[in-house]
Write a protein that binds this ligand. Structure first.
Ligand code: SAH
Length: 393
């Protein structure tokens, strides 16, 4: 067993069960990509078992803080069974759910989503990559399913020195899957969709939006960065008379249109606009087009804290424009999924946007990822999705 010896004082975060060891904290020791290592304090005390990643600045991620725990197939089976059992207790209300949420489920660098009878997984770390076959078998055993698609075509794999790859890991067949969410029917393609197929983290917020549209009687709704129209369905279900979906992906918009129709909504209530959101907001402003409710759910502008400043300007810009397009009494659901921008900074950015737009707004609700994307006390970095539901006075 290879040992990783930390520099003096660098054991503190592991003692608090934070699972990451940065390269600069290591005094000596190295291992192969994904190999299990014993992480030790400067005096040789046991801290954790982890997996080594030779190229990543997060050089080791901990699997376990228990000295007598062996990192083997049974370990992965236990962790996966625990993650699956937790989801069975959570109020999810859909057959699309996140089954494994990386560090929060004690499985760093592993993301697994369930779409009805199909699993879709991302292996984003040298450690989860190394145990891929064992993990795949444990996932099927814990869920009694037979199909597992791999979507390890994420850019972060490069930091781990791993190539991007995707395809069936277990089972085969059609990648286009039918899903139920809040009683709506959706289609998800695990091979073509974003991330593992779609954005399950916004599931609860789509329901909150439907309820708010209904409660406040919002007639005209603008859904920016609509993807396949999750918030569009929410607006229609909430009784909106007209919904505009804006996205720069034509296939996503085509699926949004299909979702409107297959859920029995009158297609004339929906308009799909293939455009850059920033430009579209400016065009609406020029035309004097106003809305009763707007959703802003942009892609990650700041994947890490280093890009936070530039991203902050981009978030402020779209939020300022959206607030200017709001009818009095209007509703804004605004989000950031940037790991580099925490809820406090996001609040400040939106406050700045409100000030610049000359709008007086109240926070109705603070929004986060759905409960099957848990954040643990030890690992606040897992809390990447921040949102605010604002009501304009
Ligand atoms: N709200 C969606 C998820 C949004 S994901 C849901 O609930 O499912 C972000 C979306 O933004 C993607 O669909 C992507 O195609 C789109 N996008 C990225 N940059 C864009 C831009 N500049 N203008 C318009 N859409 C953009």
């Amino acid at each position: 067993m290879k040992r990783i010896r930390l520099r003096e004082g660098k054991e503190r975060s592991l003692l608090k069960r934070h699972p990451w060891v940065f390269a600069g904290s290591i005094a000596k020791g190295a291992a192969d990509s994904g190999e299990t290592v014993r992480i030790e304090a400067h005096d040789g005390r046991f801290l954790a078992w982890g997996a080594y990643s030779p190229t990543s600045s997060i050089r080791v991620r901990a699997w376990s803080f228990e000295e007598d725990e062996r990192i083997d197939a049974a370990f992965f089976a236990r962790r996966i069974e625990r993650a699956v059992a937790l989801r069975a207790r959570l109020p999810i209300g859909s057959d699309g759910m996140r089954l494994v949420h990386g560090e929060a489920d004690g499985l760093p660098g592993l993301v697994v989503d369930r779409y009805a009878d199909t699993l879709s997984a991302q292996f984003l770390f040298a450690g989860s990559e190394r145990w891929k076959a064992i993990i795949a078998d444990a996932l099927l055993a814990a869920t009694a399913l037979t199909r597992l698609y791999e979507r390890s075509d994420a850019g972060v794999r490069a930091l781990e020195g791993l190539p991007e790859c995707s395809g069936w890991l277990r089972g085969d067949g059609a990648t286009d899957i039918a899903l139920r969410e809040h009683g709506w029917s959706l289609r998800v393609d695990v091979a073509q969709g974003h991330k593992t197929g779609t954005y399950l983290d916004q599931r609860d917020n789509r329901q909150h939006f439907a309820a708010a549209v209904r409660h406040f009687g919002c007639a005209e709704v603008l859904n920016c960065y609509s993807y396949t129209g999750g918030f569009t369905l929410a607006a229609l279900a909430g009784g909106a008379a007209r919904v505009v979906s804006v996205d720069s992906s034509a296939p996503a918009l085509a699926l949004a249109q299909q979702h409107v129709q297959q859920n029995g909504f009158d297609a004339t209530r929906h308009e799909a606009v293939d455009a850059d959101v920033n430009q579209h907001l400016r065009a609406c402003l020029e035309r004097g087009e106003l809305f009763d409710a707007i959703v802003l759910d942009p892609p990650k502008f700041a994947p890490t804290a280093a890009q936070a400043e530039r991203a902050a300007r981009a978030y402020k810009d779209i939020n300022r424009l959206a607030l200017k397009l709001m009818r009095p009494g209007g509703l804004l659901f605004t989000f950031s999924c940037s790991g580099g921008i925490g809820p406090e900074l996001f609040h400040k950015i939106i406050a700045g946007a409100g000030h610049d737009a000359g709008v007086d707004a109240l926070i109705l609700q603070r929004l986060a990822a759905a409960c099957d994307h848990p954040t643990t006390l030890e690992f606040p970095e897992g809390d990447y999705l921040s949102g605010l539901a604002l009501l304009v006075r």
